[in-house]
Write a protein that binds this ligand. Structure first.
Ligand code: GLU
Length: 303
């Protein structure tokens, strides 16, 4: 049965989509565990997708290490992992569709061009370190060579997070036309994640709260491509001792898997799951699946 077939019969499909920039850390395990529990509680399929599209940031061997770490925590995917580095043709096809429909446009701007245009218009320069694109190439390239491809971002997107509640973002104003294909020729995360979630028939996205801000962009892209929008749940972040988000970038320690059960118990605690005295990983996971299922039954609105 193909992923699309399973979705058409209403089966829940979730995924964990790590970027292989290093081994799993405590924060990424929380997202992986939550995604696995959510799918198991709904008797669905759990997939792993290796997001190795940003090749300069990928660390050789990290993907295999992550898969081993997941396996030692009892988190085994139901299908062979998908690797984004092998998905170029699918991304090219979707990009072409967006260009033909007028949702995407080629962009010739360098960073300096964008800064100058923002300055000239007195517009705010950056948001989370990213430039809000001022729309320069929307009307054409003015004879300059194309560097990147962007999505024409228009409209306020409303979406509901299963934990954080109703959200909204005016993507055109707050983010601007965002990149789908980068000037260095690499596929952008936003395009790859939307194309792959649709191709894999993902119905339930569960990931860390640091990614919540991307959701409105992804919803715009889903609408432009005419694909379904999954349900979204963003999990609490694990903070480092200094109060900052724990991430591979700030040197988070790889998980201590000398006792996977203890490590899983810490992740479960972040998710507000009951403390359990189960003696094995399999038994602890079963307790938490039951607790997750119970919480879904109590939930008002989408689980
Ligand atoms: N690859 C992303 C990360 O490791 C996660 C993407 C997603 O779950 O949508 O942060």
């Amino acid at each position: 049965m193909s992923p699309t077939d399973s979705r058409s019969v209403g089966r829940c499909r979730g995924r964990f989509a790590p970027s292989p920039t290093g081994p799993l850390h405590a924060g990424s395990l929380v997202a992986a565990l939550a995604s696995w529990l959510d799918v198991r509680a709904q008797s669905g399929d759990w997939l792993v997708r290796i997001e190795d599209v940003d090749t300069p940031r990928c660390v050789p061997g990290a993907a295999e290490h992550i898969l081993q770490q997941l396996a030692s925590c009892g988190l085994l995917p139901d299908e062979a992992p998908m690797w984004q580095s092998q998905r170029g043709d699918a991304y090219a096809k979707s990009l072409q569709k967006l260009l033909v429909s007028g949702h995407a446009f080629p962009c010739a701007c360098t960073r300096k061009d964008i800064d100058d245009a923002l300055l000239a218009r007195g517009l705010p320069h950056q948001r989370f370190g990213e430039r809000v694109y001022p729309g320069t190439c929307r009307q054409g390239l003015q004879g300059k060579p194309a560097r990147a491809v962007r999505l024409r971002a228009e409209g306020v997107v409303h979406w509901t997070d299963r934990r954080l509640g109703p959200q909204q973002q005016d993507v055109g104003v707050q983010v601007g036309d965002f990149v789908l294909k980068r000037a260095d020729g690499l596929w952008a995360y936003q395009l790859a994640v939307v194309v792959d979630d649709a191709a894999q028939g993902i119905t339930h996205v569960v990931r860390g709260e640091d990614l919540a801000d991307n959701t409105a962009r992804q919803v715009l892209l889903q609408r432009a491509l005419g694909v379904c929008t999954p349900a979204y749940l963003h999990t609490p972040l694990v903070l480092a001792a200094d109060g900052h988000k724990l991430s591979k970038q700030n040197g988070a320690q790889a998980l201590d898997l000398s006792s996977p059960l203890q490590t899983l118990k810490q992740a479960a605690q972040v998710l507000g799951l009951p403390a359990c005295e189960a003696p094995t990983v399999a038994e602890a996971l079963a307790v938490w699946v039951a607790a997750w299922r119970f919480a879904l039954r109590l939930a008002v609105g989408p689980p």
